[in-house]
Design a protein around this ligand. Structure first.
Ligand code: SF4
Length: 195
C-alpha cells in the first residue's frame, strides 16, 4: 500500500494524542489554530540551546565517534504513511540512531513513540539497522538511551492506526483526560463543552 501526501500522519501529532485524543480531532479536523502557550516558546528556546550543544559535543559522548549527525532532518515515506522532522539523526556505517530533545524532567511514552517514528523513517531513508536511539532531557540535554524492540514498534503502529481512524472517520473521540487540571492547561478547553 502507498499513501498520498495528504494521507501521511505527522509524527508530531503523537504528543497531543497521548495527552488527549480529542486534541487530534480539534487540530486536524477543524480549521482552528490555537494560540501557542508560553511553555511551547520556552521549549523551543531550550531546543535551540541543545541543538547548539550537539554541534559542539564530541560524538565520543555517545561512543559513536565515526557517526554523521543530521539536525532538524525532514523525512517522509509514502510506504510507511508517516512524515516528520527529527531533532537529530546519527548515522554510522551500519546503523542509524534517532535523537530527540525534550524539555521535560522525565521520559514519557509519547517521547518514545515519537523517537520510534523518526527511527523507522530513518531506517527506510538510510537503509540501515535501527536498534536504539537517545532522548536528551531538560536544559542540559542529559542523554538517555532507549532500546527499540518489536513490542514498542507495535505500540507505535497501533497508535498511528488509531490516529488515522480518528482522522478518516471524522468523529470526535472521547476525552482521555481524567482530571480537570489536565483540561485546564489545554488550549482547546473553550471548544470542549462537556468538560
Ligand atoms: S479540554 Fe480536555 S477534553 Fe478537551 S481536548 Fe483538551 S484535554 Fe481533551
Amino acid at each position: 500500500m502507498s499513501y498520498s501526501e495528504e494521507e501521511l500522519i505527522n509524527i508530531s501529532i503523537i504528543k497531543e494524542f497521548f495527552f488527549c485524543p480529542r486534541i487530534t480531532y480539534w487540530q486536524q479536523i477543524l480549521p482552528y489554530k490555537a494560540k501557542q502557550p508560553e511553555w511551547v516558546q520556552f521549549g523551543k528556546t531550550i531546543h535551540t540551546n541543545i541543538e547548539k550543544k550537539m554541534n559542539r559535543r564530541s560524538l565520543r559522548y555517545f561512543r559513536l565517534e565515526e557517526a554523521i549527525l543530521y539536525q532538524d532532518f525532514h523525512m517522509s515515506s509514502s510506504l510507511l504513511g508517516i512524515v516528520g522532522i527529527a531533532d537529530c539523526i546519527m548515522e554510522t556505517q551500519t546503523k542509524i540512531y534517532p535523537i530527540e530533545y525534550k524539555n521535560s524532567p522525565h521520559i514519557s511514552i509519547h517521547h518514545i513513540m515519537q523517537l520510534i517514528g523518526y527511527g523507522l523513517l530513518a531506517k527506510e531513508h538510510f537503509g540501515k539497522l535501527l536498534q536504539g536511539g537517545f532522548i536528551l532531557l531538560g536544559k542540559k540535554g542529559k542523554p538517555h538511551r532507549i532500546e527499540i524492540n518489536n513490542s514498542l514498534i507495535k505500540k507505535f503502529w497501533d497508535t498511528v492506526e488509531e490516529i488515522r481512524r480518528i482522522l478518516e472517520n471524522n468523529i470526535m473521540p472521547p476525552s482521555s483526560s481524567t482530571t480537570s487540571t489536565q483540561c485546564a492547561t489545554c488550549h482547546f478547553l473553550s471548544l470542549c463543552n462537556d468538560r
